[in-house]
Design a protein around this ligand. Structure first.
Ligand code: ZN
Length: 210
């Protein structure tokens, strides 16, 4: 952890998106594509943790994530809290999603995995099941409650900038592809972090991950 980034010092920020079925009824259509457009126009690569069932439902968007050069990770199949599943349940959820992600994106998500809701990231049984199938869990430093309907783009961008400033080099930021607030926030938050000297990396570029 470091203090306020100094211009010239490394200040790497990994924007990570959970690409999944919306948790809420108000998700604006085309939000994921809008996010991909904003990343593309700014030349920013990010990491997308893709839910298997979502990839089956939205194969074109899932494929675009890979085609645009983003890093593809695994975000389970059913988006269940992994600790609630049996050992067999965890194993088959991982396998089903892996198959669906590869079918949709053409990319093998190994070894990057993110537990739905972060549940299981500190559970030895879940982590062992992940390891057995060649995965490691990637948690985050900065979360923005971007799934809450009342969170505006301005508030999400402000908190992302402040969170990355506080965490410093190597910050991993949790975002989601479906909230409208995230779609509104993304362009400004990328521009403001870039102005502060941030470089945007994918999680495979960071030696230390949360
Ligand atoms: Zn999720």
């Amino acid at each position: 952890m470091s203090d306020t980034p100094v211009r010239g010092a490394p200040f790497r920020v990994a924007l990570t998106f959970d690409a999944e079925h919306p948790d809420r009824p108000w998700c604006p259509p085309g939000n994921a594509e809008r996010i991909l457009d904003d990343l593309r126009s700014r030349g920013v690569r990010a990491t997308f943790f893709v839910q298997g069932r979502w990839a089956q439902a939205q194969p074109a968007t899932a494929k675009r994530i890979a085609d645009d050069g983003h890093l593809v990770g695994h975000h389970s199949h059913y988006h269940t809290r992994m600790p609630l599943l049996s050992d067999d349940g965890i194993a088959s959820d991982i396998r089903d999603a892996q198959e669906a992600i590869i079918a949709a994106t053409g990319v093998d998500p190994h070894p990057w995995f993110r537990c739905p809701f972060g549940a299981g990231h500190d559970d030895p049984r879940v982590l062992k099941a992940l390891r057995t199938q060649g995965y490691r869990d990637v948690n985050w430093h900065v979360e923005l409650d971007d799934w809450e309907p009342w969170r505006t783009g301005a508030a999400i961008a402000d908190d992302a900038v402040e969170g990355a400033r506080t965490q410093g080099d190597g910050t991993v930021v949790l975002l989601h592809t479906w909230p409208g607030g995230t779609g509104d926030a993304l362009g400004p938050l990328v521009d403001r972090l870039a102005e502060m000297g941030a470089t945007f990396v994918t999680v495979d570029a960071l030696a230390e991950l949360p």
